[in-house]
Ligand binder design. Sequence first.
Ligand SMILES: [Zn+2]
Length: 269
Amino acid sequence: MALDSEGDTSLLLGTTDVPPVREENTAGRSPFLLTCDHYGRLIPRVLGDLGVPAGELTRHIAWDIGIAGVAEALSDHLDAHLIAQRYSRLVIDCNRPPGAASSIPLISEATIIPGNEGLERDAAEARRHGIFDPYHRRIREVIEQRLRKGVPTVLVSLHSFTPVYAGVIRPWHIGTLYHRDTRLPPLLLKLLRAESDLVVGDNEPYAVSDETDYTIPIHGEARGLMNSGIEIRQDLIVDQSGQMQWADRLARVFAEIETALRAQRLLSA
Ligand SMILES: [Zn+2]
């Protein structure tokens, strides 16, 4: 299997393309394992610009604007391991089940992605093997390693959302996104709602489902890990000062969560 996927990877990523997985703080001591599916907006050289105008490739359809800076600073503040993915969701969406229509989207919001039209099976597989698989393989390896060593592990998937989608204004500053975990999300919601200046979405603007998500169902729920996603509104984290403010705030919130989980004996060691 490993040989096959390495063979296919070479079809997509050339010597000048960077690897898809970016990690920070691999020896981080925090129980929180941070993932960032939509961290980057790179496109493998061989795919050109996917036929998409340059102005579209910096919009939210290509990546989660602002989340990279928040994720890195939060990883630093919490001393938490961060696993992030550098390529655009327009190439392959690392938070969609492979094969789903939105995995390699033909259209995103109102933008057609010509480079994704009429994709041969091999070409779609190459995207999966080159980008999606190494990212999720790494998350799986890290979780397995941690569980083997008895390291407490809580999965937190970091995202950002556009303030206006298809003409509709979103009022929330931040939202939680979750499905089956009943331990972390209520605590996270409670602490975020205690921040008096925030409008907090409970599974808004998105909720997690097996059809529309991958990271939380596969790495969190299927493993029985406590987990939640977080979505921050993009206009709040568009610049570095916003990113730092949100990383500071979330670091404070997650420190409180860690204390509460330890008090409830949901985290050992
Ligand atoms: Zn996202």
